[in-house]
Write a protein that binds this ligand. Structure first.
Ligand SMILES: Cc1cc2nc3c(=O)[nH]c(=O)nc-3n(C[C@H](O)[C@H](O)[C@H](O)COP(=O)(O)OP(=O)(O)OC[C@H]3O[C@@H](n4cnc5c(N)ncnc54)[C@H](O)[C@@H]3O)c2cc1C
Length: 530
């Protein structure tokens, strides 16, 4: 069943100020709205979404076989059981899960579709963000739009929507076949019986290869270097058994904790005993692939497991396609595209009718929104991240950025609940402004550590940095984040609470600038810093 969202698209945009403005109606934006409705019911909010539909990633990506590569018991919301039989889920079921959440909770009525946010400017005089962008009218025209809000919550994901990443391949224009990027999959692409080359070795490539191999003449996965691949059952037998005997909520909670514990254990094991984990992954691959595929050349990466995301394949589908000869893998470099296909550095040529460039994403923090605080532009790369949620010196702004080594939603849930706690503390204190203030804390590490994936490395300079100690650390660990976000005091001394009515006694404009923040106004009771 496909649930069509109602949306606020056709409502006249008469209301122009909201307590909270959420950017993005994907998995995280709907999560944030649920938490606001539940934990801060008196706050008004709106969601601005540049596209015409709910779902973000799970609506945008339409390539064959699109599915999750983490289990849905940890990728589902904490508050809504995942009840479908497949734990590694097709994209369409994820899209419907998000859309059903929005529609059943009345969240869709708060969404303004076709609204792209381009700029947000904070004023300490009014303690408000002025959010600017463009709106697509029902007639298809673009017109400027401006709203204001007390708190800005970015749920804009982590990559550029307009186009994926394609390296500058020499000779691409000579190729006479079809070139497609998975981020912009053409509706009517017919590849039945054709020769397909998928360039890449990440999660998208390992999904596409077995899915396309079902009808294509032959699919070749062309990778520069191998990636760690692990096979997991598509269905989680324990979770399905639990669901048969327990109420849905209990079964879901138990399965979620089981999988959080398992994922955390596997990640820690990979970091501490990489040799042991490597051996296990290689013997699994060899057992599935049989003697016809050279595991040492094609499935033994140079880096340790979890230095990049380990690719998960359900029920060994990639290995089965390779073993059965419907697909093959080539580890080599593109020398140049030719009229007929791809010439490789080794001298070999791969002929193709269709080339799929599964070469990744362009990371884009905060949906590409330009930020300014009191007229000064904010350079994200020069800021410290507070708990992986806010930015030093930038008031009333939070952003959802999930885990790179576990399901995104685990962190999204924690962040959304934390933001609601923060809003409630602000209300109790009568504070309209809250600013993470780093003082003399120094940048000690990039936003994402120990992770060598290309899309992350290409973006690190444009991402905020992290400090040495909490609350300036960005954890990739759910248990640490439970402590940092769920069980910690909001008023931890690093957050300065203020309101615009009067200047703050004892803080000079120069001192405020020195900590990289705008001038906080009147400090509010309980908001004193040590
Ligand atoms: C192919 C693929 C597979 C993935 N698989 C998994 C997985 O298995 N497990 C996992 O945990 N994670 C996975 N991820 C990460 C994935 O992005 C998250 O699971 C999740 O979808 C993130 O949700 P989000 O709402 O934060 O961001 P998104 O899904 O990216 O949604 C962001 C929304 O914000 C909107 N938006 C962005 N900028 C603006 C703007 N300036 N103005 C207005 N609207 C804007 C977008 O249109 C979009 O609707 C995958 C990612 C990709 C690309």
């Amino acid at each position: 069943m496909t649930i069509e969202p109602r949306g606020a698209r056709d409502d006249p945009p008469s209301v122009a100020h909201f307590d909270v403005l959420i950017v993005g109606a994907g998995l995280s934006g709907i999560d944030a709205a649920h938490h606001l409705q539940t934990l801060c019911p008196s706050r008004t909010y709106v969601i601005l979404e540049q596209r015409e539909r709910i779902g973000g990633t799970w609506d945008l990506f339409r390539y064959p076989g699109i599915r999750s590569d983490s289990d849905m018991f940890t990728m589902g919301y904490s508050f809504r059981p995942w009840t479908m039989p497949k734990a590694i889920s097709p994209g369409q079921d994820i899209r419907e899960y998000i859309t059903a959440t929005a529609s059943e909770e009345g969240i869709d009525r708060h969404i303004r579709f076709g609204h792209a946010v381009t700029r947000a400017s904070w004023s300490s005089e009014t303690a408000r963000w002025t959010v600017e962008g463009s709106r697509r009218t029902p007639e298809g025209r673009e017109e400027p739009v401006t709203l204001t809000c007390g708190f800005l919550l970015s749920c804009a994901g982590y990559y550029r929507y307009s186009a994926g990443y394609t390296p500058g391949f020499p000779g691409l224009e000579r190729f006479e076949g079809r070139v497609v990027h998975p981020q912009a999959w053409p509706d009517a692409l017919d590849y039945a019986g054709k020769r397909v080359v998928v360039v890449g070795s990440g999660a998208t490539a390992v999904t596409l290869v077995p899915a396309m191999a079902r009808t294509a003449g032959h699919v070749t996965m062309l990778q520069r270097s191998p990636t760690w691949v692990v096979s997991m059952p598509e269905e989680d037998a324990i979770a399905n058994r639990l669901r048969a005997v327990l109420p849905a909520t209990w079964a879901y909670r138990l399965s979620r904790w089981k999988n959080v514990a398992y994922m955390t254990f596997m990640y820690q094991l990979a970091r501490r005993s990489p040799g042991f984990v490597k051996k296990g992954l290689l013997s699994q691959a060899a057992a599935h692939l049989g003697p016809g595929v050279d595991v040492a050349t094609h499935f033994t990466p140079r880096y340790n497991p979890w230095e990049q995301r380990v690719c998960l394949v359900p029920d060994a589908d990639l290995f089965v396609a390779l073993r059965e000869g419907r697909a093959s893998v080539v580890t080599d470099h593109v020398a140049t595209f030719t009229e007929k296909g791809i010439a490789l550095r080794s001298g070999r040529e791969l002929e193709a009718d269709v080339v799929v460039t599964a070469t990744g994403l362009v990371m884009q923090p905060l949906g590409g929104i330009e930020l300014a605080v009191d007229g000064r532009p904010v350079d994200l790369g020069g800021r410290l991240s507070y708990k992986g949620v806010m930015l030093s010196g930038v008031p009333n702004l939070a952003a959802v950025f999930g885990y790179v080594n576990a399901s995104w939603t685990l962190k999204a849930d924690l962040i959304c609940a934390w933001v609601c706690r923060l809003l409630n503390v602000m209300e109790r204190k009568g504070a309209r402004q809250v600013t993470p203030t780093s003082r003399d804390v120094e940048a000690a590490a990039p936003f994402v550590e120990h992770f060598s994936s290309g899309y992350v490395q290409r973006a690190l300079a444009r991402l905020p940095k992290q400090g040495r100690k909490s609350p300036w650390r960005v954890y990739q660990n759910y248990f640490r984040d439970l402590l940092a976000l769920r069980w910690s005091r909001i008023d931890d001394g690093a957050l300065v609470f203020s309101s615009p009515e009067a200047p703050v006694p004892g803080i000079s404009r120069e001192a405020a600038k020195a900590v990289g923040s705008e001038l906080p106004r009147r400090r509010v009771k309980g908001g004193e810093t040590p």
